[in-house]
Each structure stands twice: as C-alpha cells, then as structure tokens.
Design a protein. Structure first.
Ligand code: ZN
Ligand code: FE
Length: 254
C-alpha cells in the first residue's frame, strides 16, 4: 500500500507526497513549487524518485524543474500535452500502466479541464489522483474541452470501485457544496456530506480525500444522468450531456 502525505499549499492546492514501501520509490503529485515538498521529504528521510503530473497548469507543474534539479527524479506526464509539461521524461496515455516501484498506476485520459489532462489510478491502493478533473462535490472548469468530453471523462472515473479514495488537487469542497445544494437540494447524501465537511473544516481538517462512492451519490457533476437532478433543474428527460452542460454553466456564474 502507498504511504500518502497531503501537503496544503497556496490558497487551496494539495500536493501529494507518496512512498511505495517495498522499493522505497517516492513520488510527488502535481507540485506548484518545490520547497514544501523537499522539506517534508527531508524530514521523512524519503528520497524523491518521481513526479507525476496530471496537467500543465502552473499550480500543478510549477515545482517540476526545481524538484528535478534537487533530486534527479523522473517526471511522468500526459503524452497529449508533453510540450507543456516542464522537464517531462515519460509520456503516458490512456490505458497505459506505469510501474511506480511495486505499485502500478493505470492512466486515464480525461480531457475537459485541459485538452491533455490525465488521472492516475493505483488499483492496489484504491487511490485515484484526479487532478482538476474530479473534485469533491465538483469538477474542473472547462478551459479547453467540451461538456461532452468532460462528461465522458467523469463517467469513466465514476466507474471505478466505490471504495476508491479520490485525491484531488484542490480543497474546494465547501464552495462546491454551496453550489451543489442549490441544484440538488433534496439529495440526502449531499446533505450528509455537507454536514461532514462543515465539521471537518471547522476544526481545520481536510475534506479530501473522499470516496468515489460518496462522490457518485452526492456530486452533481457525476449525477447528470440522475432523473432527480434533471428534475430539480427543470430538465427532465434531457440528454445527460445537456444536463451536465447546464450544471457546469450555472456553477461558472454561481
Ligand atoms: Zn488546473
Ligand atoms: Fe489546479
């Protein structure tokens, strides 16, 4: 099983620092900068061997070069966006598996937020690194993709086992919840998550990771094909892509 540390940086980003205990390999997921990562690795006596990037935004790759210069690590990132991933060594694409020590990641190509976004699923550790595609009770903005692309991407992640831990790249859950209850007010799972997150945040705890099962029940962006959500926004019987597009549009201006 992977040992995973969560480092909160900037306003609301998470960097993940994780170790595969058999090999001692250590990976950083989506570092905006180097210092807090190098500091924690030093304190833990972990030697960084890899960076895994989900997409090219600076708050996910800004630390690549400094960490690589300090450690000589291998940088893994999306083949479809290799030009925009600083220092990339290994390009991965949909369906690829990547061996990280004795652990193995399966790569999902999940365009929508950006045209090259990928996610890493570690089946053996029930861990999904979803970047800015799937958040707790939210999803990424459609900067470079269409609603159809994002709905397809989210639908594929949604099909993973419900016990999967969703390690997303931002602590956006409270603001996502405020929006979600506005479009899906009668969803009991959403109300339950709202209460849980309020309790966690009030004592300074993270709301991330959540489980995929919780997200499937409560995240409106995973529920565009749920008749209750369509009904709640006056779109009964409409195509899930249209419902998804409408929910995303409302969130953009919420
Ligand atoms: Zn992003
Ligand atoms: Fe981001």
């Amino acid at each position: 099983m992977l040992q995973i540390h969560q480092i909160p940086v900037l306003k609301d980003n998470f960097i993940y620092l994780m170790r595969e205990p058999v090999s001692g390999c250590v990976a950083v997921v989506d570092p905006p900068m180097a210092a807090p990562v190098l500091d924690l690795a030093l304190r833990l006596d972990w030697k960084i061997t890899h960076i895994l990037n989900t997409h090219h935004h600076d708050d996910h790759v800004g630390g690549n070069i400094d960490i690589k210069n300090a450690t000589g690590c291998t940088i893994v990132g999306p083949a479809h966006d290799f030009e925009r991933i600083p220092g990339i060594d290994v390009q991965v694409k949909d369906g690829d598996t990547y061996d990280f020590g004795k652990a193995q990641a399966t790569v999902f190509f999940v365009p929508g937020h950006t045209r090259g976004h990928i996610a890493y699923w570690f089946k053996g550790s029930a861990a999904l690194f979803s970047g800015d595609t799937l958040f707790s009770i939210g999803c990424g903005r459609l900067f470079e993709g269409t609603p159809q692309q994002m709905w397809t991407s989210l639908s594929r992640l949604r099909a993973l086992p419900p016990q999967t831990q969703v390690y997303c790249a931002h602590e956006y859950t409270e603001s996502n919840l405020r929006f979600a209850v506005s479009v899906d007010p009668n969803n009991a799972a959403l109300r339950k998550r709202e209460a849980e997150v309020r309790a966690l945040r009030s004592v300074g705890k993270f709301s991330v990771p959540s489980t995929l099962g919780e997200e499937c029940a409560a995240n409106p962006f995973l529920r565009a094909d749920a008749p209750e959500l369509a009904a709640a926004i006056g779109m009964t019987g409409r195509d899930p892509v249209d419902v998804f597009a409408e929910v995303r549009k409302r969130k953009d201006s919420f």
